[in-house]
Ligand binder design. Structure first.
Ligand code: SF4
Ligand code: SF4
Ligand code: SF4
Length: 351
């Protein structure tokens, strides 16, 4: 059954269980959010998404507010803007936010909220100089830019269930820690990068792309990960001919934005000069030479025929590759069972 909501006087019809923030975004109405991420759901921590609702006393967090039929919401009253500006100011003040040299510049939700609310410099000054954690292979952590939204923690614990991250210490010293406060490189972190993708600011950064390109300089190219048969959807950030970083495509099947360490960071092989570009056949002298596909496939077919004649079908075995799609693996077992005549067929992912 459809319901109605009025946002800034605009009548919007919606269906299903949606929050005010979701409805506003679907209809192009700007409400900032920092701790909320569509993949994680409402957290109601940062309070930057507050709105005013007719008949309700205090300001309400749009990320968690389920609208009643006919609800009247205002997103830009002086009271709302003042409250939001205070949140953004406090977050900017409690950190070292020098956007000029930050990797997240141009792709930062805090910077965007500050820009939209006309905040050029933080209203308060709080000293903060924590050490950057450079110990991990692919991820650099800068606690001075962390706004303690908790998205990385939720992602690590509830989405990828690696359970590495948590908040440590208390009050003004609260910070994100790995395990029992180990450097990330010495922790149980598997470098899947889920936390980096969820971080709204420059507190978690992929090392491989550091200093190589600003976010607006890269072309975004949608593709399928070449590593295995799952077919995860990726967005390549490319400058010239170089991949700067890879992100999972949020909301797309089958991976819904998640990637493993290989899919996210293991792309250097595409530049390797040692990549095979044509089949190689080993000659009688034991040396490989380049060959065409027809010659290589004829050679394999003739060898199969020869083994079949000399030793029978059970002298041949096949192992299908986990990089192949299901249909190719199906075809391979069909070839072995129906054409060659053996059940000696297996899959590398089973070993
Ligand atoms: S994290 Fe965002 S707000 Fe902070 S310095 Fe980087 S770009 Fe600026
Ligand atoms: S990289 Fe993955 S395992 Fe490591 S802290 Fe981030 S989400 Fe957890
Ligand atoms: S590191 Fe990033 S995602 Fe994690 S709490 Fe800090 S700002 Fe949020």
């Amino acid at each position: 059954m459809s319901k109605k909501i009025f946002i800034d006087g605009r009548e919007i019809t919606f269906e299903g269980n949606k929050t005010v923030l979701q409805i506003a975004r679907e209809n192009g109405i700007y409400i900032p959010s920092l701790c909320y991420h569509p993949k994680l759901g409402p957290a109601s921590k940062c309070r930057v998404c507050v709105v005013e609702v007719e008949g309700m006393r205090g300001l309400q967090t749009a990320c968690s507010l389920m609208p009643a039929d006919g609800m009247k919401v205002q997103t830009d009253t002086p009271r709302v803007i003042e409250a939001r500006k205070m949140v953004v100011n406090l977050l900017l003040s409690n950190g070292n936010h020098n956007c000029i040299s930050c990797e997240a510049n141009g792709d930062c939700e805090l910077q965007e909220a500050a820009y939209k609310h006309g905040i050029e410099v933080p209203a308060f000054l709080v000293e903060r100089s924590e050490k950057r954690d450079d110990s991990a292979a692919f991820i650099m952590r800068d606690p001075n830019k962390c706004i303690q939204c908790g998205r990385c923690i939720e992602g690590c614990n509830s989405m990828v269930v690696n359970e590495v991250l948590d908040f440590g210490y208390r009050g003004g010293h609260t910070t994100v820690v790995c395990d029992k406060n180990s450097p990330m490189g010495e922790s149980t972190c598997v470098q899947c990068g889920e936390c980096v993708q969820l971080c709204p600011v420059g507190a978690l950064v992929e090392k491989k792309g550091m200093g190589k390109a600003r976010s607006w300089e890269t072309k975004k190219v949608r593709t399928t990960c070449p590593y295995c048969g799952v077919g995860c959807q990726q967005e390549l950030h490319v400058k010239g001919d170089e991949i700067i970083r890879i992100k999972g495509v949020d909301g797309a099947q089958p991976n819904q934005g998640h990637l493993c360490v290989k899919g996210r960071y293991g792309y250097d092989f595409i530049y390797s000069k040692e990549r095979l570009t044509s089949p190689l056949i080993k000659d009688a002298d034991g040396k490989f030479r380049e060959a065409g596909w027809d010659e290589a496939l004829d050679l394999v077919a003739n060898k199969f025929k020869q083994i079949l004649q000399e030793s029978g079908p059970d002298a041949i075995a096949g192992v299908s590759c986990a990089r192949s799609i299901n249909e190719d693996s199906y075809n391979m077992q069909k070839l072995f069972r129906s054409v060659i005549g053996t059940n000696n067929i297996d899959h590398c992912a089973r070993t």
